[in-house]
Design a protein around this ligand. Structure first.
Ligand SMILES: Cc1cc2nc3c(=O)[nH]c(=O)nc-3n(C[C@H](O)[C@H](O)[C@H](O)COP(=O)(O)O)c2cc1C
Length: 191
């Protein structure tokens, strides 16, 4: 069933779209790796097939934003245990705090989601175990007005995919292909 590189390129795009659109997808929370040899779980928010771009939401004050900045290599690792498919995506990441993509993402998010950006930035040292959120908003949904100041801490991470290493575990023989996402040209490699 996976015989051509076109089929595999379509399989990758379909899985990334599904991963973004369904919070029940096993690929909804991939691991995002940066050039500083660090990696973290993030929620995949969107995949745009036309531009081959993954979108994540993050706090502009987080360490990964410094590491990625306006452009840096980023790896994104996803695994679907039932489908037995691993996707190792590589591309160029960039952080956008302003502009139409970040604005639209902020507009589309709930006040509950926006609340995360109200507190201290991720990685801030604290005396006691703490969410970093101001006390007045702990455990309750804030109003639109109350979360408005959080906008300045919100950013999107956009990862434009260059290459995906696609790995299919099968009793009939594992299959592995590397797909150039721009040209859709692929090559088989041993698993
Ligand atoms: C299930 C899960 C989902 C997460 N989703 C996000 C997310 O969408 N965006 C984000 O910035 N951090 C998310 N995090 C937190 C990150 O893993 C990480 O702790 C945080 O972004 C700080 O990373 P940094 O110090 O490398 O910048 C999530 C963590 C978990 C466990």
């Amino acid at each position: 069933m996976y015989e051509t590189f076109d089929q595999i390129a379509d399989d990758i795009a379909g899985r990334l779209e599904e991963a973004a659109n369904s919070r029940h997808s096993p690929m909804h929370t991939p691991v995002v790796a940066t050039r500083d040899a660090d990696a973290r779980v993030m929620v995949l928010r969107a995949y745009d097939r036309a531009t081959r771009t993954l979108r994540f939401h993050t706090d502009a004050r987080s360490l990964k934003c410094d590491v990625i900045g306006e452009g840096a290599p980023v790896g994104v690792l996803l695994y679907d245990q039932a489908a037995k498919i691993q996707l190792r995506c590589r591309g160029t990441g960039r952080i956008e705090r302003d502009g139409p993509i970040a604005d639209a993402a902020w507009e589309a998010s709930t006040t509950f989601a926006r609340r995360c950006y109200l507190g201290d930035g991720p990685g801030t040292e604290v005396e006691q175990p703490s969410s970093g959120l101001p006390e007045w908003v702990e455990g309750r949904q804030p109003t639109e007005e109350e979360v408005a100041p959080a906008r300045e801490h919100f950013a999107v991470l956009l990862v434009e995919l260059a290459v995906v290493d696609w790995f299919f575990l099968s009793n009939d023989g594992h299959r592995r292909a590397v797909i150039d996402m721009v040209t859709r040209v692929g090559r088989w490699i041993t698993p």
